[in-house]
Design a protein around this ligand. Structure first.
Ligand code: PXP
Length: 238
């Protein structure tokens, strides 16, 4: 299971004071030195955290992979075609939400998502769809020729009882296995942290997880290097 770092939260802190620090590009480059396998950014329509400047600099500077989270809108598709990320992850986007609140409704947006995937594929950009751990959404993702799915782990992360958590973990396990059978790559993310990763890591069939908030939160106390190395060890089961 590879560990990719979402750097949106650092851009959010920078923008809170309309200053230049903390800089998400520096953060990403340091994180690469400490062993993360890829960098994830979400360029939102309202540019509330990551800006085009950040994405373009990251594209130039990072030495791992860039996973570009984006809405399936033409202006963002144009930016993706220009910057050529290794992976474009299509996510639902609502202006008023604090963070991405759930997976895509693939079944109700089949045609639009299919067209978006085709446009990105024409430029050889692999595409992932952020979905709930739901077999029908996964079948639909395969049907419109997505390369990956990213399973939304928010319900697992927010479970209030062990029973709820184990139930959701089982849904994720079944969904990941199903996606693998359909030859989809499987990523996962949202709300993963230093506690719940110990339960989550038992799931095989996951290529990459993406973590943002928990790493920023921990690095405030222990520093970025320790925060990343501790998470890497937990993912590997040490
Ligand atoms: N995956 C997606 C699609 C997301 O929108 C986010 C949130 O930015 C993450 C993963 C990472 O979530 P978190 O910040 O809770 O680790």
């Amino acid at each position: 299971m590879k560990f990719t770092l979402n750097v949106d939260h650092v851009a959010f802190l920078r923008n809170a004071r309309a200053e230049t620090q903390p800089d998400p590009v520096t953060y990403a480059l340091m994180a690469e030195q400490f062993g993360v396998d890829g960098i994830v950014v979400h360029l939102r329509e309202d540019r509330r955290h990551i800006t085009e400047r950040d994405v373009r600099l990251l594209r130039e500077m990072i030495s791992t992979k860039l996973n570009f989270e984006m809405a399936a809108d033409q202006d963002i598709i144009d930016i993706a075609l220009d910057i050529q990320p290794e992976l474009a992850t299509l996510v639902p986007e609502k202006r008023e939400e604090l963070t991405t609140e759930g997976g895509l409704n693939v079944l109700d947006n089949l045609e639009h998502l299919k067209e978006t995937i085709e446009k990105l594929h024409e430029d050889d950009i692999a595409v992932s769809l952020f979905v709930e751990p739901d077999v029908n959404s996964i079948d639909a993702s395969a049907e419109i020729e997505a390369d990956f799915i990213e399973i939304h782990t928010g319900t697992f992360a927010n479970a209030e009882t062990d029973e709820e958590m184990l139930e959701e973990l089982e849904r994720i396990r079944v969904a990941a296995k199903h996606a693998n059978k359909l030859e989809l790559g499987v990523n996962a993310g949202h709300g993963l942290n230093y506690q719940n990763i110990k339960d989550f890591r038992v799931i095989t069939d996951i290529d990459e997880i993406s973590i943002g908030q928990a790493i920023v939160a921990r690095s405030v106390f222990v520093g970025l290097e320790k925060a990343i190395r501790e998470m890497s060890d937990l993912i590997r089961g040490y």
